[in-house]
Design a protein around this ligand. Structure first.
Ligand SMILES: [Cu+2]
Length: 117
């Protein structure tokens, strides 16, 4: 009985670690569930991994009031959206082929990459 309980606790600990604590590199995101923070000249995270051939959603939260950060563009997908200040803005991404897709602000000071694999 004790053994089963320990195994159960270990399993729960593993699940908690995997879903809430495991961060594969501070600057990377492996799915579209988190929010990209736009602040101080950077997208955080700036590297996003998405699976090929599936539509996705990316959420941006712009915390920088400078006009520089307002527009986010993904040129290869012909996406250009303006981000409201301090609000979450979700951008719908069509299914993509494998490759790297840059996203950036109008002046290309904020820069990020979507890795599709
Ligand atoms: Cu800019």
């Amino acid at each position: 009985m004790l053994f089963t309980n320990l195994a159960g606790v270990a399993l729960i600990a593993l699940i908690v670690w995997w879903f809430w604590l495991y961060k594969p590199g501070e600057d990377a995101m492996n799915d579209s569930s988190s929010i990209i923070i736009v602040e101080s000249g950077t997208y955080q995270p700036s590297h996003i991994r998405l699976p090929a051939g599936q539509p996705a959603e990316l959420s941006f939260m712009r915390k920088d009031a400078s006009p520089c950060s307002e527009i986010v563009q993904i040129p290869e997908l012909e996406i250009s959206e303006s981000l409201p200040l301090n609000k979450t803005m979700t951008i719908h991404i069509p299914p993509m082929k494998k490759g790297e897709y840059e996203f950036h602000c109008q002046m290309q000071m904020y820069r990020g990459v979507i890795h599709v694999e």
